[in-house]
Design a binder for this molecule. Structure first.
Ligand code: PHE
Length: 348
């Protein structure tokens, strides 16, 4: 009987559906039952063989069976869809913290240079960055250090060429920022001006060990005018020390000798740890930061200024050294600063 066959098809479909575990299987099974040549479709066709009197009731039964079959397939499909989003849920956990992109920062020496520049600009100093490849003339000769003068030995110099070019001499890697002094004087004198500059640049010396680098930075202050005094030199240095290292840090002058300044000094700053009381770190309460002095008359002359009318002061300090002193960093090996090891640089 068609009626019984329809009923048993419905029952067996329901049973089989309970065993189906994946969507592909489900699609295939639906096709086997409800497709054009599916089992239900074939059964429904048999209506044509039934006696005419039974057909209306059978037709209705076929319709309701079809609706019921479609309904059970639909229910199973929906439960599959719900399950597949449930599977995805762990990777959609909106409560997890986001993935941050790595954030970098400027190299600590770059930061130190920016800070130093900001301290001198309000005093009217122009920021300069004189060259790394320089003539002997500007690095030594015009700074009152004639050829073969033993004072030159202190600036263990890399020479680039043996060839002497007139008064300029040989080409070298500048060993200090003082080579910018006469260059700046020549430029300003031509314009009929005095000088107030801070030259922050790279310097090179034939030295490398845990506390010396073959490439490092200095900043050089230079003021030349008709009224420049040593009090101004001291005031300018103290201004820098207060602003860079902080209130309460003091500078002192210690007599020294440079060929390009007279008188000359080395400048010390009170130690950041003991503030001058003396500790194991600094020994006597002071740390050296660089050299300074009143510009030597021969240097003024080399720059085009008449030493009878003009005076000047100059100082040259190390950038890396100042940064270490400011932050009380006792970096075991200074070469780490330029080894490009991100694990080291990230700490600052
Ligand atoms: N150029 C000197 C050095 O490298 C420092 C200095 C600069 C000294 C200016 C006096 C005046 O050691």
């Amino acid at each position: 009987m068609l009626k019984d066959e329809l009923q048993s098809l419905l029952t067996s479909v329901k049973e089989h559906l309970a065993e189906i575990t994946d969507a592909d299987q489900l699609r295939q099974y639906e096709f086997d039952i409800l497709g054009r040549k599916g089992r239900f479709t074939n059964l429904a066709r048999k209506i044509s063989a039934a006696p005419a009197s039974e057909r209306p009731a059978l037709g209705q039964l076929i319709n309701t069976t079809k609706q019921e079959l479609e309904q059970v397939f639909q229910t199973v499909k929906e439960s599959f869809a719900a399950r597949s989003t449930a599977d995805l849920e762990p990777s959609l956990d909106v409560t997890l913290p986001g993935v941050h992109s790595a954030q970098g920062h400027l190299h600590l020496v770059t930061r130190a240079i920016e800070e130093i520049e900001k301290i001198f600009l309000p005093l009217g100093f122009s920021r300069m960055s004189y060259r790394e490849i320089e003539w002997d003339h500007y690095a030594f000769e015009s700074l009152n250090m004639p050829k073969d003068h033993p004072a030159r030995d202190e600036w263990e110099t890399f020479f680039i060429s043996e060839k002497e070019v007139g008064k300029y001499g040989r080409v070298l890697l500048t060993p200090h920022t003082s080579s910018g002094q006469v260059r700046e004087m020549e430029k300003r004198k031509k314009r009929g001006e005095g000088v107030r500059m801070v030259n922050i640049a790279k310097c090179y010396r034939r030295q490398i060990d845990i506390s010396h680098l073959p490439m490092f930075h200095q900043f050089e202050g230079l003021a030349v005018d008709t009224t420049v005094t040593m009090r101004q030199l001291i005031g300018t240095i103290q201004h820098f020390v207060t602003h860079f290292f902080g209130e309460g840090r003091k500078a002192r002058l210690r007599p020294y000798h440079f060929r390009f300044t007279e008188p000359s000094f080395e400048i010390d700053v009170t130690c950041g740890i003991c503030l001058g009381r003396s500790c194991a770190y600094c020994k006597d309460g002071w740390s050296e930061i660089g050299g300074a002095g009143m510009v030597h008359p021969n240097v003024l002359k080399a720059g085009g200024y008449d030493p009878k009318q003009y005076t000047g002061f100059a100082f040259g300090f190390g950038v890396e050294r100042s940064y270490m002193m400011k932050n009380n960093l006792n970096i075991g090996d200074l070469r780490l600063l330029y080894s490009n090891d991100i694990r080291f640089l990230e700490q600052f």
